[in-house]
Design a protein. Structure first.
Length: 125
């Protein structure tokens, strides 16, 4: 066995371990999101304040969170979240829009989930 094939094998094992770890963390996050109250979800979303984190970093991390919220939360929870942020006014309109029923319909329509998949194919930050 050459050094390169050993290195490639190591890279492949690391890749598989990372994929398994990501799948496990997605399952844990899904359980946590589904068990969270609206107030707890608001506290999580508040960490994405547009005033504190703008630009590509905000989009790169916020969009996958919203995608997961739409995949894992019921309509009542999402409506309560949207109303919370609409009531906060202009600084939070980007968040309110992401939580709107129209965006939710788009997010759900775009979510790929082949029949054989254990988890929906969500975007990765």
């Amino acid at each position: 066995m050459t050094l390169q094939s050993h290195t490639l094998n190591d890279h492949w094992r690391l890749r598989n371990a990372a994929a398994a770890s990501l799948a496990e963390s997605e399952q844990d996050m899904r359980r946590a999101i589904r068990g969270a109250s609206v107030d707890e979800l608001v506290a999580l979303i508040d960490t994405f304040s547009p005033a504190r984190s703008s630009g590509p970093e905000w989009t790169r991390t916020f969009e996958p969170l919203v995608e997961r919220l739409w995949a894992w939360c019921d309509e009542t929870t999402m409506a309560a979240l949207a109303e919370t942020y609409r009531a906060r006014g202009m600084p939070w309109m980007a968040v309110a829009k992401a939580l709107s029923p129209e965006q939710g319909a788009r997010a759900k329509a775009d979510l790929r989930h082949p029949a054989w998949a254990r988890l929906p194919a969500l975007s990765i930050a």
